[in-house]
Design a protein around this ligand. Sequence first.
Ligand SMILES: N[C@@H](CCC(=O)N[C@@H](CS)C(=O)NCC(=O)O)C(=O)O
Length: 226
Amino acid sequence: MAPKITLYTFPASVNAIRTELALLEKGLEFEKVIVDLFKGEHKKPPFSEITPRTQVPTLVYEDGGEKITVYESIATIRFIDDMHPEPALMPPVSESGRRATAIMRIEEFQAKLDPANIMGSVAFGKQTREQLGKRVDNLLAEIARWEEYTTNRKFLAGDQFTLADIAVFPVLVHFEALGYDYAAKTPSLAAYMEAVKARPSVVKSGWLTAFAEFSKGLEIAQVLAD
Ligand SMILES: N[C@@H](CCC(=O)N[C@@H](CS)C(=O)NCC(=O)O)C(=O)O
């Protein structure tokens, strides 16, 4: 029997979209439960009783009487790929070089590519370019590194779309909303963004539209425009 999968999410969430993309890439049936973060629904039961960190995404996976709750977006996508190996979202062990690259990009993303969430600081903390100072300089230098990572390859680990792309792509959309001009500054990343945006799972999720609507209301300062 197919598992019962519930995804607790919020429409514009940069983290929850990862889980949804992994589920869509696998062609899995799932129920989406919207947790309205602006109304504080995540801090109250029933959601607060489902997940100790009270954050989206949270995935509840019920299979054969066992109920597994997974949170942390990267953990959710790895779990989905483990439980449903086809179509594969990681290069196989036999393609060790590509597999190593995918693993590294996921780890580098978590450690180096905006771990402090500049979007939060700008959109909600209302920090200016001046206040952000070196943080923006460091981020621009880091983005330039990812330009190298997307040169002469369609996706981050080669021609196969992987968990690394699911991990990284949403935050690259954030940078765009913060004024970063991929086409002018990093053409390989620009082509990469177009390829991922055209991906059926991304189109089907409707996340780009939801995020664009969400960001319109926030008047996000263009701190990455210089
Ligand atoms: N590291 C977590 C971050 C999750 C996260 O920050 N989710 C946000 C929505 S994008 C949230 O639930 N915020 C509400 C809160 O932290 O109280 C992940 O990758 O899943």
